[in-house]
Write a protein that binds this ligand. Structure first.
Ligand SMILES: [Fe+2]
Length: 194
């Protein structure tokens, strides 16, 4: 029988009352300043939004983030959030966000008949055929929220459609117990230094 030692902890939710909430969200993200650098094959407000989505998104996603915290059995803090827009031909190369914590993708403007969800690279090699496995989240549509470990490599295939593909990405870090907390370490550090 199978006796798995590890699991890949990814989570998927649908935002309640999406059509209503989408209007408010678009209103907000459309006011952002988007830039496209030489290294970016997409446009984003990551460098310009001064992390001002964080409190808004935490409220916006509260029911789904609460479910996630319950399922993952730990509390999290959102540390960054940004919007990415992919026009025709835009894509994103393989990358990850950091070595710990989780990252989320909220699909805001997404046509399942044209666009593809973010593609994830399995963190381990397939032991039978010795190849790298790729996987998409299933049944993704506007209002889908997908959360996976931040260390997972992922990428976005080129947008072949005329309609843009818009997502909001964000990072979540677990709240560590006091003895492991970076803040408490800093407090101790300050005490020692003073
Ligand atoms: Fe990413």
């Amino acid at each position: 029988m199978k006796a798995p030692l590890f699991e890949f902890p990814s989570y998927q939710y649908e935002i309640d009352d999406w059509e209503f909430k989408k209007k408010g969200l678009l209103n907000r993200i459309n006011k952002s300043k988007y830039i496209r650098t030489n290294l970016q094959t997409f446009e984003t407000d990551r460098q310009t939004n001064n992390k001002n989505y964080i409190h808004y998104l935490e409220e916006f996603l509260r029911p789904e983030l609460l479910k996630f915290c319950q399922e993952a059995k730990v509390n999290f803090q959102m540390t960054d959030a940004w919007c990415v827009r992919y026009y025709k031909g835009d894509h994103q190369i393989v990358h990850n966000h950091r070595g710990w914590g989780f990252s989320g993708i909220l699909y805001v403007e997404f046509d399942p008949n044209i666009h593809t969800p973010t593609c994830f690279v399995a963190p381990w090699q397939d032991p039978i055929i010795d190849s790298t496995s790729l996987a998409f989240p299933q049944n993704v549509k506007e209002g889908t929220l997908f959360i996976a470990p931040s260390f997972t490599h992922h990428f976005v295939h080129p947008n072949t459609g005329e309609e843009r593909r818009v997502v909001i990405a964000f990072d979540l870090l677990p709240n560590l117990p006091n003895h492991q907390s970076i803040n408490s370490f800093r407090e101790c550090d300050n005490i020692n230094l003073s």
